[in-house]
Write a protein that binds this ligand. Structure first.
Ligand code: ADP
Ligand code: MG
Length: 251
């Protein structure tokens, strides 16, 4: 089987400061890669480079055989609309707040060519259900939703088109603990049922424990350890990973 994504020697600096460097890995279809590390370790920088939101200084990101770093911008935009999805930490960055919940979902279907109003509305209704939003909220705007509902709506908007690769930056980050647990549960169900390929950035080890097959641990822009999630968390080799794991256990 060919990797869905091949990441080779990605480096991104901000002037003298390293965002991330020497990052390489392969992601296979149906795999979920977790990226963990404390704040400032380079997780978001790396994800931005992978998703084409930032231009790395060096390296290649090969999706389905094509290097997304060097491809023309229109081609990358097309990928972002069809094959990729990006779930932002803050739902406001991933939703259109002035558009109804149904519109937020339906708009993505239209972007990939759907034209029949009835079908679009039915699919949107179905997806609201899948993310546990009542169908009677379909005409409400996201600004009338709680933070957890907004995040669930953002997930529906991103998954409705059946993307081949989903990027998530701290998907449970801005939420209360009880709301996080529910969202995590929902995400786990969707990942399993849809066989999603995803790259999930988080500082929360519980998130990767539940969602990620494989784990990359970052510190100071470097990957200090990577492997199968259970292996890395149960038997961390690097001192920094040991610290991360033990500080969680003490909470
Ligand atoms: P994380 O997501 O793990 O918190 P980031 O990728 O945001 O880490 O940051 C990695 C490093 O790059 C940090 O030292 C941060 O200060 C720096 N950095 C991130 N974004 C920028 C930027 N736009 N300009 C300058 N430095 C940045
Ligand atoms: Mg970040």
């Amino acid at each position: 089987m060919q990797p869905l994504l091949q990441v080779k020697d990605i480096r991104k600096t901000y002037g003298p400061r390293i965002g991330c460097t020497d990052v390489s890995f392969d992601l296979y279809p149906g795999e979920v890669m977790g990226i963990v590390g404390e704040s400032g370790s380079g997780k978001s920088t790396l994800l931005s480079c992978l998703a084409g939101h930032a231009q790395p200084d060096t390296g290649a990101v090969i999706f389905d055989g094509r290097d997304t770093v060097t491809m023309p911008e229109p081609e990358r935009r097309m990928l972002a609309r069809t094959d990729w999805a990006y779930v932002h930490q803050n739902p406001r960055d991933g939703l259109r707040m002035g558009v109804s919940a149904g519109g937020n979902v339906g708009e993505r279907l239209m972007a990939v060519g759907a034209r029949n109003y009835g079908t679009i509305r039915d699919t949107a209704t179905d997806w609201l259900g899948r993310v546990e939003i009542n169908a009677d909220r379909i005409d409400d705007r996201p600004s009338q939703f709680s933070g957890g509902m907004q995040q669930r709506l953002q997930i529906a908007r991103n998954l409705v088109t059946g993307p081949r690769l989903v990027f998530m930056d701290e998907p449970t980050g801005g939420l209360d603990v009880s709301v996080q647990a529910r969202l995590l549960d929902l995400l786990r169900g969707l990942v399993r049922r849809m066989g999603l390929s995803a790259i999930i950035v988080t500082h929360d080890l519980a998130v990767v424990r539940l969602l990620a097959d494989r784990l990359m641990v970052m510190k100071g822009g470097h990957v200090v350890e990577q492997g199968l999630t259970d292996q890395v968390l149960d038997d961390p080799q690097h001192a920094y990973t040991q610290l991360l794991v033990s500080s969680v256990l003490q909470v």
